[in-house]
Design a binder for this molecule. Structure first.
Ligand code: ATP
Length: 236
């Protein structure tokens, strides 16, 4: 079976601070994989290395066999990222932002427009297509970030703490949509602070703590081993 993600001994230092201290992980194609950890564990740094925003200090990461540094474009074109931060072009209507994003990843112009329409419908904000990002509500902004990740039809969908600060309805919509995408074959990598979220959604979970993977297991095994330990690990 192909692996969506193969990471070996990945390291990243910011000056004296070792944010990733030799992370090794394998995410099989088609799986729903959770990366759990407290604030500062290194989850966002790990993702940023995968998408080329941050250069690793050592080790290797491959997305569907493509090295994230040596074969950056091929690796990046397979990934859809919904980041924690709203790093969006604010000057254009949101459907244009999506079309531009799809075009950047090699989707032909006419197909890009269809993809933008589909992505906005998938996340439930198609009626806002002519609105600028800044004029969306907080929940709609979160939905838009997911639409932007989906517009390239990614094989690996990465969600960085998508349910932080969102209401129950949005969380439910988001979980339903992502579960459906996963059932249709998209590999999902989700970072979260919440063991309950991982338990509900993920096939396998890695716990990252202070830059190291401390365990990889099914959510059920984590619960059986003693949620208390895990939950304490997850608390700030
Ligand atoms: P959170 O759950 O709070 O988002 P995280 O698990 O995503 O945390 P990271 O954001 O990857 O953790 O941070 C890991 C460590 O690296 C932290 O100590 C953080 O302060 C540090 N760090 C992250 N980015 C930088 C940077 N650009 N420069 C210096 N230090 C950084």
């Amino acid at each position: 079976m192909t692996n969506a993600l193969e990471v070996e001994d990945l390291r990243k230092s910011y000056g004296d601070l070792d944010a990733l201290k030799g992370v090794s992980l394998t995410v099989p194609e088609g799986s729903f994989f959770g990366l759990l950890g407290p604030n500062g564990a290194g989850k966002t740094t790990f993702i940023n290395v995968l998408v080329g925003l941050v250069r690793a200090s050592g080790g290797d990461a491959r997305v569907f066999g493509h090295d994230v540094e040596d074969d950056y474009r091929k690796a990046r074109d397979r990934i859809g990222l919904a980041p924690q931060e709203f790093n969006v072009d604010r000057f254009f209507p949101i459907h244009e932002v999506l079309e531009h994003k799809a075009g950047y990843h090699g989707v032909p112009h006419d197909v890009a427009a269809e993809r933008a329409e589909r992505a906005l419908k998938q996340v439930g904000i198609y009626d806002k297509r002519d609105t600028r990002f800044d004029w969306l509500s907080g929940g709609m902004k979160r939905r838009f970030m997911l639409a932007r990740a989906l517009v390239t039809d990614p094989d690996l969908l990465i969600l960085d703490e998508p349910s932080a600060g969102v209401d129950v309805q949005l969380r439910r919509d988001l979980w339903d949509l992502v579960t459906e995408l996963n059932e249709r074959g998209t590999t999902v990598l989700l970072t979260t602070h919440y063991i309950e979220e991982a338990e509900r959604l993920c096939d396998e979970v890695a716990i990252l703590d202070r830059g190291r993977v401390v365990t990889v297991a099914s959510p059920e095994d984590l619960m059986d081993r003693g949620t208390d330990r895990v939950v304490v690990t997850l608390r700030d």
